[in-house]
Design a binder for this molecule. Structure first.
Ligand SMILES: [Zn+2]
Length: 317
């Protein structure tokens, strides 16, 4: 038999050809399915920001690239919450960003704490985009800043005519179908402005997002000892204090177990934010860590129907 050539009858050749064509079609269809990402709700695609607006997904978090500061827009079913407004020099960017989203009024504005890189932009933002309500944390009188920035913030709050409230642990409100609860400050006795940061837990459908202002480990410890720790598990975490090594402690992250992390900080900032040690702690839980200094605006989207999350960046790199 060795070396003998076999010639298949014509019918068998046809069957073989059909099987080959069938196999090729199956392979091509599989490749198309993989590329289209239809199977891929657990491994979301990262794509470029194609001018997403608040009407494009029921729940959105926009961590704006505002240099060394914070400004975060949350939209839930079209209702809007702006957390912080960065330094005053970033107010133009924030106003343009909100306008591009078609936002002419904010349902709520939150000042996490009274430092310039969080409240500096509010006066100019409020002059263009009026808030219906303004919230801030309770904090002790001895921490009241004597800065011009704080004076201007207070004047802008008053001029806005918005409802104005200082909140603490246990307070809660809604934004569209999102349930928002205040995890901290526990009381007005925190020892620093950073550690009196307003920490918000936002639950929307099946996901939880945590917004931490400039909270450092003392406030994290207070939360761990006063709040039901099962409430801390979160899909999305805005890491505290620009990714500093004084925040995102291991005990806190162990409870949060974030799947997505955003860090807001400036390019080549003088503080060295984010700290490499903090990034290492975060990487134990996820490699989906987005840094505004590197990736520009970071947009986290949640689709209620498919229960899928997606992150877009504007491709600064
Ligand atoms: Zn800050």
């Amino acid at each position: 038999m060795a070396g003998k050539k076999h010639t298949l009858p014509e019918e068998q050749q046809d069957n073989s050809k059909n099987k080959l064509i069938y196999s090729i079609v199956v392979v091509i269809l599989t490749i198309i399915a993989l590329i289209s990402g239809k199977y891929n709700t657990e491994h979301p695609q990262e794509t470029q920001n194609q001018n997403i607006t608040v009407s494009d997904a029921e729940f959105q978090v926009h961590v704006m690239d505002v240099g060394q500061g914070d400004s975060i827009l949350i939209s839930a079913d079209g209702q809007t919450l702006l957390i912080d407004a960065a330094e005053s020099g970033e107010s133009g960017k924030i106003v343009s960003y909100l306008n591009a989203q078609g936002i002419t009024e904010l349902d709520c504005a939150a000042a996490t704490h009274m430092h310039a890189d969080h409240i500096g932009g509010f006066p100019k933002v409020f002059a263009s985009v009026k808030p219906k309500a303004i919230i801030e944390p309770v904090f002790q009188d001895s921490l009241i800043p004597t800065t011009k920035t704080y004076e201007k913030y207070l004047d802008a709050v008053e001029a806005s005519g918005a409802e104005y409230k200082a909140l603490k642990t246990g307070d809660a409100f809604t934004l569209g179908n999102a349930q928002i609860s205040v995890l901290a400050p526990v009381s007005e006795h925190a020892s620093s402005l950073n550690n009196s940061s307003l920490v918000l837990r936002v639950q929307y459908d099946d996901i939880v997002c945590l917004f931490t202002g400039d909270m450092e480990t003392p406030e994290e410890k207070t939360i761990l000892s006063t709040v039901d720790n099962s409430q801390l598990k979160a899909t999305f975490l805005k890491a505290g204090h620009h990714g500093s090594d004084t925040s995102s402690g291991e005990a806190f992250l162990e409870q949060v177990q974030p799947k997505y992390v955003a860090i807001s900080c400036g390019v080549d900032n003088k503080y060295g934010h984010p700290a490499e040690s903090t990034l290492e702690h975060l990487r134990k839980y996820t490699d989906k860590i987005y840094i505004t200094a590197q990736q520009g605006d970071v947009i986290f989207l949640y689709d209620k129907d498919t229960k899928s999350c997606n992150v877009l960046t504007n491709g600064k790199e």
